[in-house]
Design a protein around this ligand. Sequence first.
Ligand code: DGI
Ligand code: FE
Ligand code: FE
Length: 190
Amino acid sequence: MNETEAYEAVRHSLKPARYEHTRRVVQTAEELCRKYGGDTEKVRKAAILHDYAKYRPAEEMRKKVEEHPELPSRLNDYGDELLHAFVGALFVKEELGISDEDIIQMIAVHTTGRKNMTLEEKILFLADYIEPGRTFSGAEKAREAAASSLDEGCLTALSQTIEFLVSKRTAVYPDTFEAYNDFIQKRKDA
Ligand code: DGI
Ligand code: FE
Ligand code: FE
């Protein structure tokens, strides 16, 4: 599947505003690749497809979690927002025939992050958080951090996401805490 076909697939699956978000994530991810390296072609493909499952019914995705041993079963103990990432990665494989595991993993972890993220996973995770359409106050802080360090950008996004979830008394997925701890522990000035 080439980029044009990938864009076509998501254009049919996403609402127009979400499609525009996707285009901005691709653009932002490309800029981060230019600055920090990474496989631009793979990152672009993952960025195009990252929210492919955003509008799938949660019940359909929860059923997939039950049926597929390769999906983390604890997903069904957490909020609906996480499903489009992990189950979306499976749909992209099953329905669009994407076989590149790096691309699949980038999509799977784009919402939560995880411990030991690859360069490309960090880039997509951060691009999704700082794309120019993100207007919440924390986005600007993450952009500033991202301007000097990819890891500091991710750390800012993760800590603000955790604060946001805690403020709403929402459960935080363990991978998000593990990602946060990992970036803190690997900080040069720690
Ligand atoms: O799909 P997008 O809107 O572009 O962005 P996203 O994939 O980062 O999803 C954002 C949503 O995910 C937002 O409502 C916060 C939520 N979220 C992020 N991390 C966690 C989380 N929700 C839970 N329950 N736990 C998390 O760790
Ligand atoms: Fe998403
Ligand atoms: Fe997104």
